[in-house]
Design a protein around this ligand. Structure first.
Ligand code: BES
Ligand code: MN
Ligand code: ZN
Length: 486
């Protein structure tokens, strides 16, 4: 899909050549600067009671009089913010995508300044609404015929808008990659598949990609990661991919993503209902690889390392058992009281491995706990960090990316429940505050660098009739990483 800027004088929209004109209206009155035929059409629709000028409302006009575009859609935004603009673009595009329109022009219905954030939101919104999963469902109908999207803006806004489009295209391509990995079933998206895809990213973008197998992981002493992988017939993969955009002397940002391609719980088996959704348990891996792609497209002056420990959490005769004690790469012993708390077991060894890069900052991303879904629902990802500066940067990135996260506490009192009579630490800390105790477990492996943890159990995918991967938090991570270059 092709995204472009077109500088257009306000009041010249009626003569514009395109297949569909999507105009975003703000406020409760028809904008006085909108050119007459469009203002007339909208005013008439309001007068006739066909549309209320309230956020979320849209109206489709077919061949309205005096307007060159054969289709006009008005979508109402709550205000002029990028967030409200994005929501209105989504409702407008959903109206248009079923038509035959190939070229859609999008602008304000009236005067409104367009920032880079608006332009980025346009691209991510359109790409999100027109993505169709077809790898194992080739019969899926195409979402739309839209091939070209033009953003209408003033001369003054065009530079920022152009930058926003470029960033939006990179973020959207990262999101699309993450959605595709997440949606592919666990018999297609295996640890080996993720490793192959990482190698492919390396070829496409000139990245250094290394994939370690069981032998190398044994040599490194990753007893915790190995314990999870030992119950599965799929070979484990430990993926390390590096983007080098700055001199080697510059400390890298390190992203670590949980890559459990299927989580049936192991011996602490999960209930059957909705167990299929545990194919999405590699959402952390998908998002860090998606972010790597977005960053590699934008080529900022920084170094980025992406680490993905990947395996299945399954059972066979040699599966790890509740009560087993393993030795992590850090040297700390872990009593595995619940084999379903496996994410932290693969992440802790990856977090120790990250030390060798002398990172500027490490962020791990994981569909880690059902408790996080109970705490925050499906809107905010859970952010855990003891570092106020990282928390502030994450907050800023999350607002800019329109990809919300919410900081959770990490007081040491929450670590009480992780005590074990048989090992340095237990892998579970009881039901209360389960997302926090999981983060407290990870914190024990992150003493050597600045660190944050994102629990994306509630945000990485949707259930029900819209079941599918969201690609989150690629937008948040991309903004966070880009901000490290500035
Ligand atoms: N992958 C799950 C977390 C999860 C569960 C995400 C449901 C989204 C929806 C994780 O490996 C897990 O099983 N966590 C356990 C931890 C518990 C055993 C301490 C959980 O949340 O129940
Ligand atoms: Mn689990
Ligand atoms: Zn899991």
């Amino acid at each position: 899909m092709d995204f472009r800027i077109q500088v257009s004088a306000p009041g010249a929209l009626a003569g514009l050549t395109c297949d569909a004109l999507l105009l975003i209206a703000v406020g409760d009155a028809v904008d006085a600067t909108l050119d007459a035929p469009l203002a007339g059409a909208l005013s008439d629709a309001v007068d006739q009671g066909d549309i209320k000028l309230k956020a979320g409302k849209t109206i489709y006009l077919h061949r309205p009089a005096g307007i060159r575009a054969p289709r006009v859609v008005f979508a109402v935004a709550a205000n002029a913010s990028a967030k409200a603009f994005k929501a209105a673009v989504v409702s407008g595009i959903n109206q248009i995508k079923g038509s035959g329109a190939k070229h859609v022009a999008v602008g304000w219905a009236g005067t409104g300044a367009l920032s880079d954030a608006h332009a980025e939101a346009l691209v991510t919104a359109v790409k999100d609404c027109t993505y169709v999963y077809r790898h194992s469902k080739p019969s899926a109908p195409p979402a739309s015929t839209i091939g070209k999207v033009t953003l209408l803006c003033s001369k003054a806004d065009s530079k920022a808008a152009q930058q926003g489009l470029a960033r939006g295209e990179a973020v959207a391509s990262g999101v699309a990659l993450a959605r595709e990995f997440g949606n592919r079933p666990a018999n297609h998206c295996t640890p080996s598949y993720l490793a192959d895809q990482a190698r492919k990213l390396g070829k496409d973008y000139g990245l250094k990609v290394e994939v370690l197998g069981r032998k190398e992981v044994e040599k490194l002493g990753m007893g915790s990661f190995l314990a999870v992988a030992q119950g599965s017939d799929q070979p484990l993969k430990f993926i390390v991919a590096r983007y080098e955009g700055a001199p080697k002397s510059q400390k890298p940002v390190v992203l670590v993503g949980k890559g459990i391609t299927f989580d049936m719980g192991g011996i602490s088996i999960k209930p059957a209902g909705e167990m299929d959704e545990m194919k999405f348990d590699m959402g952390g891996a998908a998002s860090v690889l998606g972010t790597l792609r977005a960053v590699a497209e934008l080529k900022p002056k920084l170094n980025l390392v992406v680490i993905v420990p990947s395996c299945e959490n399954m059972i066979n005769g040699s599966a790890v058992k509740p009560g087993d004690v393993v030795t992590s790469m850090s040297g700390q012993t872990i009593e595995i009281l619940n084999t379903d708390a496996e994410g932290r077991l693969i992440l802790c060894d990856a977090l120790t491995y990250a030390e060798r890069f002398e990172p500027a900052v490490v962020v791990d991303v994981a569909t880690l706990t059902g408790a996080c879904v109970i705490a925050l629902g499906h809107h905010h990802s859970g952010l855990f960090t003891a570092d106020d500066a990282i928390a502030t940067q994450m907050g800023t990135a999350s607002l800019a990316a329109l990809d919300p996260c919410w900081r959770m506490p990490l007081d040491e009192e929450y670590g009480e429940g992780l005590k074990s009579n048989f090992a340095d630490v237990a892998n579970i800390g009881g039901r209360p505050g389960g997302a926090i105790t999981a983060a407290m477990f990870l914190a024990k492996f992150t003493g050597k660098y600045r660190w944050a943890h994102l629990d994306i159990a509630g945000t990485a995918w949707k259930s029900g009739s819209a079941k599918g991967s969201t690609g989150r938090p690629v937008p948040l991570l991309t903004h966070f990483v880009l901000a490290q270059a500035a």
